[in-house]
Design a binder for this molecule. Structure first.
Ligand SMILES: [Zn+2]
Length: 82
């Protein structure tokens, strides 16, 4: 009951508990939404030629206190375009 809760159980999907309030009510993989006029929010990468893609940004959210535990993308091996 001691050490088991420390190990990630879902293939490295992130924290099991909120570091702020300790809650385990974590909503994973929530997509970062945006207002319509802004366009897509995400990380830019070179998609080939002159094209630049936007890798969607996801986050894990504590449903108890609202802390965002992390941001992440589904495909981390892009050619990122700073
Ligand atoms: Zn929390």
């Amino acid at each position: 009951m001691a050490a088991a809760s420390m190990a990630p159980k879902e293939g490295g999907q992130g924290l099991q508990t909120c570091p702020h309030c300790g809650s385990q009510a974590i909503f994973r993989g929530l997509r970062l939404n945006q207002n319509a006029e802004i366009g897509r929010i995400g990380l830019p990468y070179r998609a080939g030629g002159i094209f630049t893609g936007t890798e969607m940004l996801f986050l894990d959210l504590c449903e108890t206190c609202g802390t965002v535990l992390r941001f992440f993308v589904k495909e981390p091996r892009r050619k990122w375009a700073p």
